[in-house]
Design a protein around this ligand. Sequence first.
Ligand code: F6R
Length: 598
Amino acid sequence: MCGIFGYAGRDNAAERIINGLKRLEYRGYDSWGVAIADLDSEQINLVKHTGKIGEVSSEKLFDTTSTIGIGHTRWATHGGVTDTNAHPHYSTDKSFVLAQNGIVENYQELKSELISKGYEFISQTDTEVIVRLVEEELKTAQDLHEAVRQAFLKLTGRNTIIVLEKKNSHIIAVRNGSPLVIGIGNEEIIIASDTLSFADRTNKVILVENYQMVEYKNGETKLFDVKENAELKTEIIELDQADTKVEKEGFDHFMIKEIVEQRYTINEAVQYTLDELNPLLGRIKEKSSKGGQGKVYTVGAGTAGFAAMQIAFFLRKHANVNATELKAYEMESYKNLFTPEDTLIAVSQSGETADTIEAIEFAKEKGTKIASIVNMLGSTITRISDYKYFSRSGAEICVASTKAFTAQTAWGLLLALSLIGKYEEAKKVVKDLSQNLESFFEGNDFSNIKNLAKKLKDQEHFFVLGKGQNFVASLEGALKIKEITYKHFEGFAAGELKHGVIALIDQGTPVFGIISNDENKADMLSALAEVKARGGFTIGVAKENNELFDFFIETIEGHEADSIANIIPFQLISYFMALQLGNSPDKPRNLAKSVTVK
Ligand code: F6R
């Protein structure tokens, strides 16, 4: 989703900003812009385009080597994907430019007021409303700092803005909701949406909280509380650099690299000592096991929402904990149910998903304690959690989440089994799976999956059935393929088939069945028999072949972690089918990696 990157230092700002925007590309965007302040001529040069940044070079864009500027990648919300709607936006007198990450929820009323005062609008964006509002505030405010502050306080919604002034070597950025971090480099400062964007420059970071303003002016960086207008102390933290590589490392796409990386990322996610897990284990045991009244909720959105479901499943199934999965964007009916006895486990790759943050805020208001399993260091969800855990998968660049899901669920299995004293067993299960994956990927040319992808690529409707431990895999497996192939894939509980879904089965309709050698195997086989009897094309994703399968995909042995292992064939089908269809696996249409707006 939208990305912000501001630079001030010794280097060519345009070059640094373009590099930073490329490192933000993974978040998803449809247009981009770079604004450079030429301090000698006191002018801001602005370039904005739809599409990808690609191989754009700074020299081709600007004939200045200014060392201060801002850039933005836009994922359209208000107004179509056009050069004009791309950010940053000039003020009327071109004395400053502004870019936003988020949504101004009250933009319509603000816009009407500003129009009635004579302001004209060039774009259809909600962001231009902020620009005009700052101009209006400048009529009475003593300086740009105060005008931005006053304007910001009039906005509703989650929005983070960055402003570049044409003189004074001056950048202002204010955060509310959408992420903002400051990178402190060698005689340079970067103000950006995430730490990954400047990980090639520095690991020294200042985390900006909501309603805080960063002001860089003439070489000095200050942090303010926007509501109080008071200067704040800054704290520089050092992040682990190893977590921030963003190279394809010889793979054709980030997606396949990240799928293959699961052979070790799954195991990384469970590298917690009992001492580190104990605070959360103790809380769940005290409040939610053995007669405790507290509930455990798990929450997330999209793939992370499915990981949350799987974690709740593990907690119920293995540890007898009364755990309920919630969808971050469907919390309304739960708002009044949270109590201080409850624990909410938030699951997120980015740690910045607006829906999930809002769900956490609801729960926090009621005194519920928050635990989280997040992949991005320094992210918002981590900062607002009482019990913080990292999935340690390294940067996940492909928009479709793969290694984050398996890491989060592996951590969930560790949590569930540790609650019943099976910490060592849990670690062994995950380690064994990791080793099985190592052998699975070793020299594998994926010919079986490629053949299936080729065979099915022209079909439009597909179904995936799962039961028990594999129910979530059916949902996540289907989501993965939808995202990258743009085909209609639907995951179902196998039990749902007879209650309606079977009406959709026609001659040749492809239906996947995910089958472990567990108590649900017989039901799963019956479901596939019913599909086959109606002419459906059955694909068994299982340990061994069966006469009921028209096509067989052998799964990786996972034992208690079977449900985690079983997602991997779907990730691979999704990747190879996308290639067959000529789609971009890393950047599927319409999707954004970090969904920072509601
Ligand atoms: C799908 C996908 C999304 C995210 C969802 C939540 O492949 O990546 O569904 O899982 O937008 O994002 P995070 O995990 O960053 O909270």
